[in-house]
Write a protein that binds this ligand. Structure first.
Ligand code: UGA
Length: 439
């Protein structure tokens, strides 16, 4: 089956490669010509486990191509997925839908025969009718263009796995959607036939599904981080508490790791976008706890800065701080709203000399925060440090020998904001170690 994927960022490039893996003929489209060249050479323009393999295999097999032409995309197929980014608007908590509407506007003139436009981008509820209206007005095929809503629940660093073996498939339609449902069921046949729960619903429920899921995940993380604050005041240990809670299957242990809180291109902006839209709809009282989840999350970052000043004194000028981690979580080079970089930048603003290390995200970090120092080797990064901060829990960091490291620093002091360092081992090696929410 032929299909296009408009927008080839983390979501779209992965979706395009996975659709080719499922046997389809796929044309990916992106306005960034450099990105198109990189993808056509079989490589991802970002780091995502397993994605390079799929891209190399399917650009070579001929099932997968990329273009920068909307016209070519419109001609290529009758099923068009849209996966462009919907970031947070600068200076506001609302979604910036400009890329989405621009994509629809530019695709529309080429839609001269009946087609289905399936949107995967995360949006505020109520966007689907606006997309449908625009297509009706601007596509030559007008009413014969059907709109479907197909939210994506993939996690970065597991994006390929989550796309090929999702927990559930959500298909949102308006009334009179027979062609859209048939085409999407054909596109996802292998996933549906393997027993994946497939929920067919209306546009609004499909749109809300993504924002509500991310809001829940964010709230779960903030819940355990709020408990970490209570643990700190009461001398309890949040890791043990999370373990005890997690044995209750109604609570579960996944997605409830305490630490520095959530960041990335999705959870923070989806939480805020969801709250903003609920406010607009007059449901502001319903999202009070989501506001609190965002507040708790911001407090985690400030707590690390407070601890750093407790260890080094309030005047950080002349102090050398090493930060392990720049990516918003391990397994990715994505630094959007990275808690680690936010803390690093604030400490730099307070006068400290901050050296950051990360296995994958240094290039992206450098572009975003040019005032920080960057060193590839985590041991060399700690040279002469007054304080080490462990802010993104890459598996590469925990096996590093703390005794060897202590000899390189000016002061063997560490704040483990992710709770994954072996506290006893570090203490035995002469370190002062402070952990968020731990005894
Ligand atoms: C998140 C959701 O998990 C996906 O279901 C969703 O599809 C995706 O956003 C999206 O909207 O596209 P992702 O941002 O890749 O996926 O990352 P997560 O693994 O959920 O982590 C998000 C943040 O929360 C990270 O900063 C991570 O360090 C933090 N986190 C996660 C915790 O602090 N504790 C946890 O237990 C889990």
């Amino acid at each position: 089956m032929k299909m296009t994927v408009i927008g080839c960022g983390y979501l779209g490039a992965t979706h395009a490669a996975c659709m080719a893996e499922l046997g389809h003929e796929v044309l990916g489209m992106d306005v960034d010509i450099d990105k198109v060249h990189t993808l056509n050479s079989g490589k991802a323009p970002f780091f995502e486990r397993d994605l390079d393999d799929l891209l190399a295999t399917h650009t070579a097999s001929g099932r997968l191509h990329f273009t920068a032409s909307y016209k070519e995309a419109a001609d290529f197929a009758d099923l068009h997925f849209i996966g462009v980014g919907t970031p947070q608007q600068p200076g506001s908590d609302a979604y910036d839908l400009s890329h989405l509407f621009e994509a629809v506007r530019r695709l529309a003139p080429g839609l001269t025969r009946p087609a289905v436009v399936a949107v995967k981008s995360t949006v505020p509820v109520g966007t689907a009718p606006r997309v449908a209206e625009l297509l009706r007005e601007q596509a030559p095929a007008g009413d014969l263009i059907e709109v479907a809503w197909n939210p994506e629940f993939l996690r970065e660093s597991f994006a390929v796995e989550d796309t090929l073996r999702p927990d559930r498939l959500v298909l949102g339609f308006n009334t009179g959607h027979s062609r859209a449902e048939a085409l999407l069921r054909q596109a996802f046949a292998e996933i549906i036939d393997s027993g994946t729960p497939t929920i067919v619903t209306d546009w609004a429920t499909a749109e809300l599904a993504k924002g509500a899921a991310n809001s829940f995940l964010a709230t779960k993380i903030s819940f355990i981080n709020a408990m970490a604050e209570v643990c700190e005041k009461s001398g309890a240990d949040v890791a043990e508490l999370a373990d005890i809670l997690g044995h209750d299957i109604r609570i579960g242990r996944r997605g409830m790791r305490p630490g520095l809180g959530f960041g990335g291109g999705c959870l923070p902006k989806d939480l805020r976008g969801f709250i903003t839209r609920a406010d607009e709809l007059g449901a502001d009282e319903a999202v009070g706890m989501l506001r609190e989840a965002d507040t708790v999350n911001a407090r985690r970052r400030r707590r690390v800065i407070d601890l750093a000043r407790e260890e080094l004194g309030t005047d950080l000028r002349g102090k050398r701080i090493t930060v392990w981690g720049a990516a918003f979580k391990p397994g990715t080079d994505d630094v959007r709203d990275s808690p680690a970089l936010a803390v690093a930048q604030d400490l730099h603003g307070l006068g400290a000399t901050v050296t950051v290390t990360d296995p994958k995200a240094l290039d992206n970090a450098r572009k975003l925060h040019p005032g920080l120092d960057y060193v590839e080797d985590p041991i060399a990064a700690a040279e002469d440090a007054d304080l080490l901060l462990h802010l993104t829990e890459w598996p590469q960091f925990s096996p590093i020998d703390p005794r060897r490291l202590a000899a390189r620093t000016r002061n063997p002091k560490v704040i483990d904001a992710r709770g994954t360092l072996d506290t006893a081992r570090w203490r035995d090696a002469g370190w002062t170690i402070r952990c968020l929410g731990h005894r």
